[in-house]
Write a protein that binds this ligand. Structure first.
Ligand code: AMP
Ligand code: MG
Length: 355
């Protein structure tokens, strides 16, 4: 077991903490840090051995590439073979921010960072602690989400502590993150931009800047034979320990179905979790009831979803029922993560439930 240092930056940047974090990263160690999306587990992106340590600490399959985090737009040149015009326009519009772009990589980036691919994922995050740390580390920090592989991504430093203490050198606590789900990934290596993972930056927002942007076919297919282009999207992900079912249909029918499933499970002696919204929370009487946010603003649901999934684990839920959400705007990213957390188990309200 390593000793994991905690540095408290909830009230602002602490320059001694950044200096220490930067030194650890330059020497090949691992530092978890806050970003505007979720907490990242950083290692030097240009050091093959540091990348290998990231996979080991997370228990992450080594074919699942890491995102390289930079702190200036100019840093892009050195790690990519080519930056298309479209990418420059997207960078101008959305960087720093929750958008990752895929490029052909340069020689400088080791294959252990890119999971053996000849492309590299790059993000310029919008968080003062992340930017200060990346600068201090030398400018290129590989950072996947700072969770044990398969668990919900961390939105609080305590989530990182629960998963990775003793396995990494340092955790920087920047308080609760703002967005709460991972960045939008856009592939720019083909003839037109393709979204590989939906996020806070939506298809509509991207299209306003560069015209047509398509969605990776695997994103709206239930066919396991359609392989996602982002290797990480093929894994079951973001999952709580208890089986999670998504209930979809009209609002009234959804609430009735969840209420009766919850009562049935409770009568069988199970601890039930219910994930709902501000609009419906008071209609549920059974189990651990958590509102993720309001249906009038799906970004509020994105911000709280992972924390609630982890809370269900901590409270020992045996089975969890979640209301489905609208897939407009950021709702698409919310439903993408929820479906993966549920392993695609969906109950249609009104039909005979098989749970
Ligand atoms: P995480 O850092 O946990 O958000 O995971 C990073 C995501 O980016 C995973 O789904 C990876 O498969 C994806 N990714 C990283 N690099 C590439 C790449 N070169 N091509 C396609 N997807 C990538
Ligand atoms: Mg992840």
């Amino acid at each position: 077991m390593k000793k994991t240092i905690i540095s408290d930056m909830t009230e602002g940047i602490d320059s001694a903490g950044i200096a220490l974090g930067g030194k650890i990263l330059r020497e090949g160690g691992l530092v978890a840090f806050p970003t505007e999306t979720v907490y990242g587990l950083g290692g030097n992106a240009l050091d093959a051995e540091a990348a290998r340590k990231i996979y080991e600490a997370k228990g992450r399959p080594s074919d699942n590439p890491l995102i390289v985090h930079i702190c200036t737009p100019e840093a892009l040149e050195k790690i990519t073979a080519e930056v298309p015009e479209t990418a420059k326009r997207l960078a101008d519009a959305f960087w720093p921010g929750p958008m990752t772009m895929i490029f052909r990589k340069s020689e400088l980036v080791p294959e252990s960072t890119t999971g053996g691919l000849d492309t590299v994922a790059v993000r310029f995050p919008d968080h003062p602690v992340a930017l200060a740390l990346i600068r201090e580390a030398g400018g290129y920090v590989a950072a996947p989400s700072a969770n044990t592989s398969g668990r919900p991504s961390p939105t609080l430093a305590s989530h990182v502590w629960d998963d990775l203490r003793g396995r990494i050198d340092m955790i920087i606590d920047g308080g609760e993150v703002g967005i709460g789900i991972e960045s939008t990934i856009v592939d720019l290596t083909g003839p037109e931009p393709v979204i590989l993972r939906p996020g806070y930056i939506t298809q509509e927002m991207l299209e306003k800047v560069v015209g047509r942007v398509s969605l990776d076919r695997a994103l709206d297919s239930d066919d396991p034979a359609v392989r996602p282009k982002a290797p990480g999207m093929k894994y079951k992900h973001y999952a709580p320990k208890a089986p999670l079912y998504i209930v979809e249909g009209g609002q009234g029918a959804v609430q009735e179905t969840i209420a009766s499933l919850a009562e049935k499970a409770a009568s069988e002696g199970k601890k039930v979790g219910v994930i709902c919204t501000d609009e419906s929370a008071e209609n549920y009487r059974t189990g651990i009831v958590r509102s993720a946010g309001t249906r009038t603003d799906e970004a509020t649901v994105a911000a709280h979803l992972y924390r609630i999934l982890r809370e269900m684990d901590a409270l020992g839920a045996d089975v969890i029922y979640a209301e489905a959400f609208d897939t407009a705007g950021i709702g698409m990213a919310v439903m993408n993560r929820l479906m993966k957390a549920a392993g695609h188990k969906v109950i249609h309200a009104g039909e005979e439930a098989q749970a």
